[in-house]
Design a protein around this ligand. Structure first.
Ligand SMILES: Cc1cc2nc3c(=O)[nH]c(=O)nc-3n(C[C@H](O)[C@H](O)[C@H](O)COP(=O)(O)OP(=O)(O)OC[C@H]3O[C@@H](n4cnc5c(N)ncnc54)[C@H](O)[C@@H]3O)c2cc1C
Length: 438
């Protein structure tokens, strides 16, 4: 049995702590804030409640697997429901696409109907090619700690490839709207497709095959359920307890220095799981000096009264800026709770930009909570978006599950396989694989 200290109580830290406790280890989790969840959580005001960060997830199997491996099946604790459509896309030429999830045939029909005959087949051919990419990387990268010695030729070739997502789209599609469709997730997450490897496009395959899912009432509930799971599994949780550094002895980690009740304290550890940006811990910062964090989007939570357009859960308004409207917040009777997220050149107020893009709700805004990227990073003590893609070299510059410091493992958005709930959930499964049962 190992004494494990998990640093950071976002989805990555919570999922790691619960899995390791279930494997029989003695686990302590330290979180700088007074609540758990990190970006996973709510913003509340005047009876409105919005998801602060994630509002949906691809690959629900990751969440289901987490629940199964840490105690009770997901069905007993949460109500994951598929989104249909997974998203509405509005392009600058006025065309509109309601993209279904979980079905190739339905996507072909929707694309032909929304973007014109032929668009469906062109899209399906692109997504079909990603099936092989997903199969290789799922086995070697997403579900097992990456190791070049055990990797297949295909796996190595994919991760070494110089082909960028941007270049792949130029080659694959003549229709600019299909290029935008294939790159919007990457751009929404804050990356420039010229700096992102083409294989990252595999999320389009995942979306087509497994759909996009949410929890009615908000993804934020997941943070509360995970906090309960930690209590059930006997994890010691110390909130309002920021970690300031690792304690090293003979080159290996033997503890974590934290501030608890205003005083510095050292927590002894056999293994440390770092589920925060490692640049925040001096012992690790030098190892990731060449990385940059992703800047979160501009976020505006809106409480709306009166008649508003009837929109699906997520609407992507393509252009510069790119705006994403999420409509799944909880509002008082007869009202609506939307979140608008902005990326790109946002030179005017985001609600004005939204009106310019065709969704006019300025006169319906009753409550408004604006959150700048800087405020979000301050509140979450780092960026939940993980490491910015700066070309394929980024993989070598960020830390993987195993780190060069003995006794230190990485989980969360800043490590392999990346940001977003599916990848962050998988990072916790990788940590549990490496540490293994007590
Ligand atoms: C606006 C927005 C919308 C998003 N929407 C989606 C979505 O719809 N679907 C999706 O899959 N993903 C989405 N994401 C991405 C997703 O939220 C993140 O990738 C994921 O939640 C990151 O989890 P994490 O545990 O790695 O980090 P975080 O959630 O950032 O948690 C890190 C935690 O560590 C704590 N911490 C930091 N430093 C210290 C320290 N020194 N000591 C102790 N604790 C510390 C922080 O306080 C925080 O609680 C979104 C992100 C944003 C910003």
């Amino acid at each position: 049995m190992a004494r494990v200290v998990v640093v950071g109580g976002g989805f990555g830290g919570l999922a790691s702590a619960a899995r390791l406790a279930k494997l029989g280890h003695t686990v302590t989790l330290v979180e700088a804030r007074d609540r758990l969840g990190g970006a996973l959580g709510y913003v509340e005001q005047d009876g409105f409640r919005w998801d602060a960060g994630p509002a949906e997830t691809l690959l629900p199997a990751v969440i289901r697997d987490f629940f199964r491996k840490s105690g009770r099946p997901a069905e007993k604790e949460i109500d994951l429901v598929p989104l249909e459509p997974v998203g509405r896309h509005r392009f600058e030429d006025g065309s509109v696409l309601d993209l279904p999830g979980g079905s190739r045939a339905a996507q072909i029909d929707a694309l032909d109907g929304g973007l014109g005959p032929g668009a469906g087949q062109a899209w399906a051919a692109y997504v079909d090619d990603l099936a092989g990419v997903w199969e290789v990387l799922r086995r070697e990268w997403f579900e097992r700690p990456w190791s070049p010695e055990h990797a297949s030729k295909e796996g190595k070739a994919l991760l070494d490839s110089r082909l960028t997502l941007h270049k792949a789209m130029q080659r694959t599609f003549r229709d600019e709207r299909l290029r935008l469709l294939a790159t919007y997730r990457t751009r929404f997450e804050g990356h420039e497709p010229r700096n992102v490897p083409a294989w990252v496009g595999l999320w389009s395959y995942v979306e087509q095959n497994f759909g996009s899912w949410t929890l009615p009432g908000g993804m934020g509930q997941l943070a509360d359920v995970l906090a309960d799971r930690l209590a059930t599994r006997g994890v010691t949780v110390l909130t309002s307890t920021p970690a300031s550094d690792l304690v090293l002895s003979g080159g290996r980690a033997v503890g974590v220095t934290v501030t608890h009740d205003g005083a510095p304290v050292t927590l002894d550890a056999d293994q440390v799981v770092v589920a925060i940006d490692p640049r925040r811990l001096p012992a690790l910062a030098g190892l990731v000096a060449r990385t940059m964090p992703v800047i979160p989007p501009v976020v505006s939570h809106l409480g709306l009264v009166g008649d508003v357009p009837d929109l699906p859960h997520e609407v992507v308004l393509h252009g510069d800026p790119m705006l994403v409207v999420r409509t799944g917040g909880v509002a008082p009777e007869g009202m609506h709770a939307w979140t608008v997220l902005g990326r790109g050149r946002l030179a005017e107020d985001i609600v004005t930009a939204l009106a310019r893009a065709g969704i006019k709700v300025r006169d319906q805004v009753e409550v408004r909570v604006d959150r700048s990227p800087k405020e979000l990073v301050q509140e979450w003590n780092g960026s939940p978006g993980g490491v910015l893609w700066q070309g394929r070299g980024t993989l070598a510059h960020r830390l993987g599950t195993r780190t060069p410091v003995e006794g230190v493992l990485m989980a969360g958005a800043h490590t392999t396989p990346g940001a977003g709930l599916p990848s962050v959930g998988l990072s916790a499964a990788l940590v549990a694989q490496v540490i293994g049962p007590a």
